[in-house]
Design a binder for this molecule. Structure first.
Ligand SMILES: *Cc1c(COP(=O)(O)O)cnc(C)c1O
Length: 388
């Protein structure tokens, strides 16, 4: 990926992100190839993973929709060229101004997460004399195999409406003159690699649909959310996630009713592998029990390891490093004054020296967008690999 760019990488102001938009294009094509046979499938990019304007524009230009979780994201999406009709809007705590913006913009649908929110949307839609299109985010109580901080579909999570209340909330929506009931929404978690989790989701959706049938309710749209994971261990071997397995799981698992549209909200799987955080080694510190590669990036640039204990593979991309024969074990750590500012512990790498450039891989999703200014640090910039 970086082989021919070594000199250019060394000249970049570190820490910074580098995005491989050619890989992004291939990833988008792979998704389109898998969904081409299903005219009722609609993929909305989960914008919160990465809102870099170049990335957003590329995804919009490829014809994808957007999944937003804030008014700010809706604005960014409109700016980047997503059509309002392709935007869906989820979130447990939508502020009044965000609801108003979404109503005035004419987005495809709200994914409503509580009765309280439904009532506010109805009031605001009434004031604007329009009908709000509303799907309900249902908590299917699926225990997905992932980190506790990124499961979202268990009964104890704050997201969605308990599945027992599904029919009640739909009836309520149908009784409101300024609400149009558009369907059901689910999202069970992130970084899911076990297809059985999605099979379980399908089974839950099928059970809910049978209840809807008995109640005489038709849901035009079924939104299964996102969550497909990427290979953080071997980004070079698996640059594009297994979209075939993913979409086939839903094609086989979901029992659809006539005319139903299926929506997907993929974030990490779209942008995760195309990004790397580029950082410079400031010091190699030889402690009594450990060897530390102290780099100029910290959790202010990429918080996933500190926040979720997430693993990112790290490459030494310096021209000089290739010639060194030995390897050694390092804790790769940042400069932030917190003990959690560690990218990886006990990591075997080619011998590393001050001035080397490291690429922290698979950092395209939930990387740059989660950067902070803690310790008065500057936010990292992003560069496009092909433009270096
Ligand atoms: C975060 C989120 C997604 C995307 O999750 P990924 O794991 O990045 O695919 C999809 N839908 C909703 C509602 C989300 O909050």
């Amino acid at each position: 990926m970086f082989a021919d760019k070594v000199k250019q990488l060394a000249a970049l102001p570190t820490p910074c992100y580098v995005y491989d938009t050619a890989l992004l294009a291939q990833t988008l094509e792979a998704i389109q190839a898998e969904t081409a046979g299903h005219p009722n499938y609609h993929v909305h990019y989960a914008v919160k993973a990465n809102v870099n304007p170049i990335v957003l524009k590329q995804i919009a230009a490829a014809g994808f929709g957007a999944d937003c979780v804030s008014g700010g994201e809706i604005r960014e999406c409109l700016e980047a060229g997503f059509t309002p009709e392709s935007i869906v809007f989820a979130g447990v705590g939508k502020a009044d101004w965000e609801i108003k913006l979404a109503l005035e913009t004419g987005i495809a649908m709200f994914n409503v997460e509580s009765v309280e929110e439904l009532e506010v949307i109805n009031e605001m839609a009434t004031a604007l004399n329009i009908r709000a299109r509303v799907s309900f985010r249902i908590n299917p109580n699926v225990n997905a195999h992932t980190h506790a901080h990124i499961t979202t579909g268990k009964a104890e999570n704050k997201f969605g409406i308990d599945k027992e209340d599904t029919i009640h909330v739909i009836r309520l929506a149908q009784s409101m003159p300024n609400i149009e009931f558009t369907g059901l929404h689910f999202h069970i978690g992130s970084q899911l690699l076990v297809m059985d989790d999605f099979v379980a989701l399908c089974q839950n959706i099928n059970a809910i649909q049978r209840e809807l049938d008995e109640a005489g309710i038709y849901a035009p749209n079924i939104n299964v959310g996102g969550g497909l994971g990427i290979d953080y261990q071997y980004p070079e071997a698996h640059p594009i996630p297994d979209f075939h397995a993913y979409f086939t799981t839903f094609a086989e698992g979901l029992k659809l009713r006539e005319g139903q549209q299926v929506h997907f909200e993929l974030g990490r799987a779209v942008v995760g592998q195309m990004g790397s955080l580029i950082t410079k080694v400031l010091y190699v510190k030889h402690g009594h029990v450990k060897q530390f590669a102290i780099v100029d990036a910290g959790f202010t640039d990429l918080i996933r390891p500190a926040l979720y204990g997430a693993f990112h593979s790290i490459d030494n991309v310096s021209a000089e490093a290739e010639a060194r024969a030995t390897s050694a074990t390092y804790d790769v750590v940042g400069p932030i004054c917190e003990s959690s500012d560690v990218f990886v512990k006990d990591y075997e790498m080619p011998e590393t020296r001050r001035g080397d450039i490291l690429a922290i891989r698979s950092a395209g999703a939930y990387g740059e967008i989660m950067a902070s200014g803690y310790n008065c640090r500057r936010l990292p910039k992003a560069y496009i690999l092909s433009e270096l």
